[in-house]
Design a protein around this ligand. Structure first.
Ligand code: FES
Length: 67
């Protein structure tokens, strides 16, 4: 699913960047892709995706530590 229609950036791309490049903010994401560079309507959803992916990564890390 595209999050940023203007630049064709998908939720999968954002999740992968957060996971692999340790992105923690919109400004960090903007250094990797041109998200929000036109209308900016995608920024709230992209912010939420970053937060959710960071929560998921934290949960996985905690599970790994417990096991
Ligand atoms: S939808 Fe991302 S800049 Fe327009």
């Amino acid at each position: 699913m595209y999050v940023c229609l203007c630049n064709r950036i998908s939720d999968k791309t954002i999740k992968t960047l957060v996971r692999d490049n340790r992105i923690t903010s919109i400004s960090g994401l903007k250094k990797c892709v041109s998200i929000g560079s036109h209308c900016g309507k995608c920024l709230p959803q992209a912010t939420q995706l970053i937060k959710n992916e960071l929560i998921n990564l934290t949960a996985v890390t905690e599970i790994d530590i417990v096991q």
